[in-house]
Each structure stands twice: as C-alpha cells, then as structure tokens.
Design a protein around this ligand. Structure first.
Ligand code: SF4
Length: 318
C-alpha cells in the first residue's frame, strides 16, 4: 500500500522510532516562520478543516499496524500545523483503540490552543511539543509572521490553559535566532510565562538548514547557553546538538557511544538510520560500531533493509 499521509518511521534520539502522520496539505499553517525548513507558508489560515480524508488516514494507519512492528511513537507533524485538522482528536482515539501501548506525540505551534476544542482534541496524546518563540507582538510578527487574526497574548493564554489541564507531558520548544528573538527583555518575560505553563521540559533549538528567508544566522552554543541562563529553569535543555557538529565542534567518543547505545537500546538501527537520527558522520559510526562489537556491547543482525545493530541482551535478566 502506498502511504500518502503517514511517513517514516524515523529513529530519533528523543522519541525512539517515530511514525509520522501529516493531517494537512503542504505548508498549510497559521504561521509563516522565517526559519521554517519547509519553505514559505502557501496557505496561511486559521481555518480548521479536513484537509485530508479521515478515512484514508485511518486505513493507512490500520494497514501499517497490521504489517509492521509497533513504533515507539506516532507523531503528528509534517509540513504544516496539525491542529488545523478537526480530525486530530479522532485519529488519536483511533490509534489508542488499535494500539493502546504506542505513545502519541503532537508537534504544534500552539497558536490554536486558545480554542477549547483543540485542547480537548489533544487530551488523549501522551506528549505535546508546542513551540513558543515570541512573547511580544513585535517579535511574534518578526519571527513567526502570523495570520493577521492571531494575537500573541491569546496564544500564551491558550498555552497556559493547556498546561493547566493536560495530563500528559509538555515539552516546550523555543527556537532561537540571534538578533531576532533573543533580547534579554523578551527572554525575561518568556521565563515567567514558562513558569506558568509548567512544561516537563524546555527545549532550545536553532537553525539547522536554510529557513524560509535567506541569510538567517543560527545561534551558537554560547548563544543558547546564554538563553538557558536567563530562562534559568532546571528543565531547560539545548536540543540543537547538531550545531556542535555543523560548526566543527568535536563530539567526544564517550558522548557518541552514549548517544548510539541509547538509540539502539530502544530499537535496532542501521548505520544509515543512526546517521540520520544523530547527525554523526557515517565513517565515524562504522569505526564505533566495529569497536562496540569487539567489546561485546552490541551485535549485528543482517535483515532485508541492511545490517542492523542492537544492544546485547543480558541473559541473566531475560
Ligand atoms: S509553525 Fe512550523 S510549519 Fe508552520 S511556518 Fe512555523 S515552522 Fe513552519
């Protein structure tokens, strides 16, 4: 069966093996962020409507579940804003009915959380990853270029209401662009808002690939550390790890080993899977995998899609 609305699964360090679901058409979004890696928004809208047919999404998921091992997560993401679909709650319900053990994550730009229906739709998700890059109208305009009817204060109130009612985990992502949204004053306000939303994690990210607007500068590690210092919460983490590599910083062998072991402990992976998930050079990974095999920490298994690496199970524990 050819899938049109589900994609992957892709291994990721944060979620394990994650199957993606895209409920809107390409670049249908409430925002037109200057850093968007999918390019400019072609349908800037606040209208919740069935952009893709619910029955077909359901059929694809049912087919996938029947013919593949379970992923760790089903993640609503893609190249637009998933809460624009009024079917998102029904699709989450369907996944939970079919596969109650698979965790459900939703990546959202948070702009529709002021709508009680949207908050209700997301209630059965296990993890919601909203983003909040601006806390003043000027910065909101500059970085997120929102649909005209959107008001940043309303968005923030929606996030706070969601934080107060949601039983799952919230990981709040803040995308930092130096000179655009990292002024101290802005970050001080953000700090208070984060306290009210009370997310389990605050994740700082920055540009990895070219955005919708040319010439943007990614934040450096130092920039992100400065932001983390101002937000000053125990649960702030810099997830833009890839920038260390892109900027030529060296990742230590111990760190690389820990990242690989953590990833393949959840699910066997090929070298290509690991390269995509961890952004580590293939050559380095090949050397590391050979060493880990010699040290009896991992084993390799040939399968149809290639050579898979997995951690060696401790026989005393099984
Ligand atoms: S919210 Fe996400 S999909 Fe929409 S424009 Fe911003 S980065 Fe792109």
């Amino acid at each position: 069966m050819k899938y049109n609305y589900i994609f992957g699964p892709v291994p990721s360090r944060r979620l394990g093996l994650s199957l993606g679901v895209d409920l809107v058409r390409h670049k249908t979004c409430t925002l037109d962020c200057i850093y968007c890696e999918c390019g400019p928004t072609t349908n800037l809208t606040l209208k919740r409507e069935a952009y893709v047919p619910f029955d077909e999404v359901k059929a694809e998921l049912a087919h996938y579940f029947e013919h593949h091992p379970d992923p760790d997560y089903v993640t609503f993401s893609g190249s637009g804003e998933p809460t624009l679909s009024p079917d998102i709650g029904r699709v989450i319900d369907f996944i939970k009915e079919k596969k109650s053990k698979i965790r459900v994550a939703v990546l959202t730009n948070a702009t529709l959380l002021s709508d009680p229906d949207v908050r209700k739709d997301l209630n059965r998700a296990d993890l919601v990853m909203p983003s909040l890059d601006a806390v003043t109208p000027q910065t909101f305009e500059k970085i997120n270029r929102p649909s005209r009817q959107l008001d940043i204060h309303q968005v923030i109130d929606g996030l706070k209401a969601f934080g107060a009612s949601f039983k799952g985990e919230i990981w709040l992502e803040v995308f930092i662009l130096p000179g655009v949204n990292d002024a101290e004053k802005e970050l001080e306000i953000l700090k208070d808002i984060i306290r009210d939303i009370n997310p389990a994690r605050v994740q700082l990210n920055t540009l990895d690939r070219p955005g919708a607007v040319p010439g943007l500068t990614p934040a450096s590690k130092q920039d992100l550390e400065r932001v983390a210092g101002i937000i000053d919460a125990d649960n702030v983490e810099i997830i833009a790890r890839v920038k260390d590599l892109a900027s030529g910083d060296h990742i230590s062998d111990e760190k690389m080993e820990a990242m690989v072991m953590e990833t393949i402990h959840r699910r066997p992976c090929t070298i290509d899977d690991l390269t995509a998930a961890l952004n580590i050079e293939k050559g380095k990974l090949e050397i590391l995998m050979k060493r880990l095999i010699l040290e009896d920490k991992i084993e390799s298994v040939q399968q149809e899609r290639g050579m898979f690496y997995q951690t060696i199970k401790d026989p005393l524990r099984n």
